[in-house]
Design a protein around this ligand. Structure first.
Ligand code: TC6
Length: 307
């Protein structure tokens, strides 16, 4: 069969991307927290007010660990990767892996270094993996790392030999191989997303019309705009911080998640959690459709003081 995919793997994996600066302040941190549902049902919530307000004279807004994903968004421009031609309407976010090395600052300027770390031909799709390491503007010590997987429907078939092309230049996302235990979950947290969830979340930097434009969403194969995958991940990790970390976001060390199915804004998310040592395995289901939409693992750097 003729190879019609326009991806040139040699050009893609040899691409050296530029460093980009990302500047933010507490307003961005607050808007992000509201975008992933903090205080959505209780404006007095004693576990979450700190993410959106200087409660009791608290000096800084508390930063949620998944805010690290926002560092990477602005630094990624797939259009600038040579040899990477695909239909942007068919792009879906597949996976995210985050490592946090230091508490995330409440404001500042971040220097992001992006590298292509994976490219795979899955026949019906291409998978592109990007790694973004984030530093303080004038520091060589990383604050966090994001490794994201983009699933490009219809862009596979670019292998030049019968063996499907597959390139990876990192060891592994330590905790992506997740199979949820058969036991009863340690904790379960149910929460409704708002019909306007994606319209609020997009203000944190992901303006892909897939999440806001009904016509575009239709062309991408959905009945209406879908929620950002990183918004669903933010809901899940916030639930874990509430239920397992005693409300302390600073004990989250790393986060992984595989997005299994889309979520429509307004749907109810049920996060199930299993605790094994310092690892929290989790999965998120959409209540209305009884479907699992996300699963992964959150590793903690110490046990929660409340457990
Ligand atoms: C960041 C900026 C952009 C943001 C956009 C969004 O937020 S979009 C909104 C948020 N995102 C969403 O809503 C997306 C939700 N997810 C989905 O809709 C589906 O999971 C899918 C369409 C991504 C893949 O489904 P399918 O039935 O076509 O796949 P299949 O089961 O036939 O497997 C084929 C191969 O691909 C592999 N593979 C499979 N899944 C994933 C994955 N998630 N990840 C990585 N890899 C994955 C699988 O291992 C297999 O490889 P193998 O083993 O043969 O070597």
């Amino acid at each position: 069969m003729e190879n019609t995919s326009l991806i040139n793997p040699e050009l893609v994996v040899n691409h050296k991307s530029q460093q980009r600066l990302f500047t933010y302040d507490e307003r961005d941190v607050t808007l992000y927290a509201l975008g992933i549902g903090a205080c959505a049902t209780n404006a007095l919530d004693d576990k979450e007010l700190k993410y959106v307000y200087h409660e009791d004279g608290q000096k800084f807004i508390k930063v949620l660990p998944t805010f690290a994903t926002i560092y990477s968004l602005g630094s990624i421009n797939i259009d600038e990767i040579p040899g990477m031609s695909f239909d942007p309407r068919l792009l879906l976010h597949g996976q995210q892996f985050i490592e946090i090395y230091k508490p995330l600052p409440t404001h500042g300027c971040i220097r992001n270094k992006t590298t292509v770390v994976g490219l795979h031909d899955k026949g019906k799709a291409a998978i592109l993996e990007l790694e973004v390491v984030s530093y303080g503007e004038s520091s060589d010590e990383p604050i966090c790392m994001n490794r994201l997987t983009l699933y490009l429907r219809g862009a596979g078939g670019f292998s030049k030999s019968p063996r499907p092309y597959s390139y990876t230049n990192y060891r592994s996302n330590r905790n992506l191989a997740f199979k949820h235990p058969k036991t009863h979950p340690f904790a379960v947290y149910e929460e409704c997303t708002q019909p306007s969830q994606a319209l609020v979340y997009r203000l944190s930097g992901d303006y892909n019309p897939l999440h806001s434009d009904p016509t575009f969403a239709g062309m991408a194969g959905f009945s209406r705009p879908i929620l950002h995958g990183l918004c669903t991940l933010g809901f899940a990790v916030r639930a874990i911080i509430r239920c397992i970390c005693g409300g302390d976001p600073d004990i989250v060390k790393s986060i992984s998640g595989r997005l299994l199915l889309h979520v429509y804004p307004g749907e109810t998310l049920i996060t199930e959690m299993w605790l094994e040592g310092l690892s929290v395995m989790y999965q998120v289901k959409v209540k209305e459709r009884s479907k699992t939409v996300l699963s992964g693992v959150v590793d903690l750097n110490r046990p929660a003081s409340t457990l």
